[in-house]
Design a binder for this molecule. Structure first.
Ligand code: 13P
Length: 257
């Protein structure tokens, strides 16, 4: 049984004060003894320590939104995985579509980051997903194959206890357009089969595949109830406690059966 993971990607939002308030609201509402669902928040780098202190000792973990593939040194403006571990990060998002498409990260860049983050002992949330034009030209599977093959190049089976995949169709991110449960399930099935054919049935069965793209309280339950959807990577709705908490709650209810 795969444990749901509900992660909030705050992107380049919040202030120290508003992020702290949000984290405090989550701590108040997410039961500490919650074992059913893993909860993660990914604040901007400058706030990782502050938010980390607020959620410390609760069931909520912190993750970064990106990392460098380099060891600490002369890389102005970059953030090393060693630093993320040092401030208590459990996880790091790698290959988010905004980094792929706005900041022009390639699959080769992403692969280097995946390797570095795994070596640092971080949980990697590898994001993949197609553009609207790619979906319309029926290239979704081919794009997912390229991103998985590139991002996971030379990654051993043994690393998969640290790897989570997030399927985020680019056309559904921040647009209010959500993949239908059937569209999400079909892409998730493709990704699980990909893991089976490139690794093993055991890895395919155990690896969590999250859905991201306009997840809201009113669509979370239907998306999360798809067989191959093991959690959510939430952008906009993770910035409001009154929206993020019901999404976590939906996962808690579903995992109770
Ligand atoms: P939205 O939930 O705002 O569509 O963002 C999804 C996302 O990009 C999470 O990483």
């Amino acid at each position: 049984m795969r444990r749901f993971l509900v992660a909030g990607n705050w992107k380049m939002n919040t202030t120290k004060a508003s992020g702290s308030q949000l984290a405090q609201a989550l701590v108040a509402e997410v039961p500490k003894e919650n074992q059913a669902v893993e909860v993660l928040v990914c604040p901007p780098f400058p706030y990782l320590t502050t938010i980390g202190e607020i959620v410390k000792g609760t069931g909520i973990g912190i993750g970064a939104q990106n990392c460098s593939h380099e060891a600490p040194g002369a890389f102005t403006g970059e953030t090393a995985t060693e630093m993320l571990s040092d401030v208590g990060c459990r996880s790091v998002l790698i290959g988010h579509s905004e980094r792929r498409h706005i900041l022009k990260e390639t699959d080769a860049d992403i692969n280097l980051k995946v390797k570095k983050a795994l070596a640092a002992g971080l949980q990697v949330v590898l994001c993949v997903g197609e553009l609207q034009s790619e979906r319309e030209s029926e290239q979704t599977d081919a794009v997912l194959d390229t991103q998985m093959t590139g991002g996971l190049a030379e990654i051993d089976a043994a690393a998969f206890d640290q790897i989570v995949i997030a399927y985020e169709p680019v056309w559904a991110i921040g647009t209010g357009l959500t993949a239908s449960p059937e569209q999400a399930e079909s892409a998730h099935q493709y990704l699980r089969n990909w893991l089976k054919s490139h690794y093993s049935s055991e890895i395919a069965d155990a690896t969590r595949i999250l859905y991201g793209g306009s997840v809201k309280p009113d669509n979370a339950k239907e998306l999360l109830s798809q067989e191959n959807v093991d959690g959510a990577l939430v952008g906009g709705a993770s910035l409001k406690a009154e929206q993020f908490i019901p999404i976590i709650q939906a996962a808690v209810e579903l995992s109770a059966g």
